[in-house]
Ligand binder design. Structure first.
Ligand SMILES: [Zn+2]
Ligand SMILES: [Zn+2]
Ligand SMILES: [Zn+2]
Length: 274
């Protein structure tokens, strides 16, 4: 399975719009991997995760043809993960898609409500399927399971486990340390993940709110997954989804810190084969 990070930042991006903070100044100067756009990922070139406004930049930078993609999993309605206005571009005249082209979006009921208008304008080129947590769903050749995220409830947040029958990925953004129900589900279903991507919005800044994680919480999740058998020494763990308000968050600063806890650090364009 080929897993590609297209965008790796929280809502503001790094550097953020209009920002003169130390992390943004340093990232602006460093360029390259220090520059982070809003969250999106792609599996095997065919299964998209999230649809932020930066999708347009992502398809340019990575030479992606969206017409090869028929399925898009949406984690929640926040703007760094979902930009419904661009779904309107599927309507005839704004794009010239082949007659049989249809992009299906998957997400919670809140996602469905948020994209209903643009999807109606897209007509036959767009569709929506609601996901229910803990109920595996076939998406193309993949089995996808949505899990309840601890994040703004109004945004209908879920995170996803995705299996191609051989390899399994966990893409857990945006969420706090996982809900007890997730651990209970895993105790019953015993999944084993080959790649685990965890929300690291706060990086080294101690977490003093509910809804995201930092490196300390990522390390707790990793330890428990290893202890309970949902990951092993071959599992690749990645910190992803960063805010400029986090400390030590600039790419080159954070890589050695995350490595001490057993994590790689994502960057826009990073591709992993598991
Ligand atoms: Zn986010
Ligand atoms: Zn900043
Ligand atoms: Zn969010």
């Amino acid at each position: 399975m080929k897993f590609q990070y297209l965008g790796t930042a929280a809502a503001e991006g790094i550097p953020a719009l209009w920002c003169d903070c130390e992390r943004c100044r340093k990232s602006r100067e460093a360029g390259g991997r220090a520059l982070r756009t809003r969250s999106q990922a792609l599996i095997d070139g065919v299964l998209l995760i999230d649809f932020p406004a930066d999708t347009l930049k992502h398809i340019y930078d990575n030479r992606i043809d969206l017409l090869n993609i028929r399925d898009c999993l949406v984690t929640h309605t926040h703007m760094d993960h979902l930009y419904p206005e661009d779904i309107s571009m599927l309507q005839p005249g704004f794009s010239h898609a082949p007659d049989d082209y249809c992009l299906t979006f998957y997400g919670s009921d809140k996602v469905g409500e948020r994209i209903a208008g643009p999807l109606s304008r897209a007509g036959k080129h767009g569709a929506f399927r609601e996901v229910k947590v803990f109920e595996p769903l076939s998406v193309g050749k993949y089995e996808v399971t949505a899990y309840p995220a601890i994040h703004d409830p109004g945004a209908g947040p879920v995170f996803y486990g995705i299996s191609d029958g051989e390899k399994r990925v966990l893409y857990a953004h945006d969420t706090h340390y996982f809900h007890d129900d997730v651990w209970a589900n895993w105790a019953a279903t015993k999944p084993r993940f080959d790649l685990v991507s965890l929300d690291c919005t706060n990086a080294c800044l101690p977490l003093n709110y509910v809804g995201h994680m930092g490196l300390a919480e990522n390390a707790q999740v990793r330890r428990r997954m290893l202890e309970e058998g949902y990951a092993d020494e071959n599992t690749v763990f990645v910190c992803n989804h960063f805010s400029h308000n986090a400390t030590h968050v600039v790419y080159d600063d954070f890589v050695p810190i995350a490595a001490r806890e057993g994590f790689l650090v994502s960057w826009d364009g990073m591709t992993l084969t598991v």
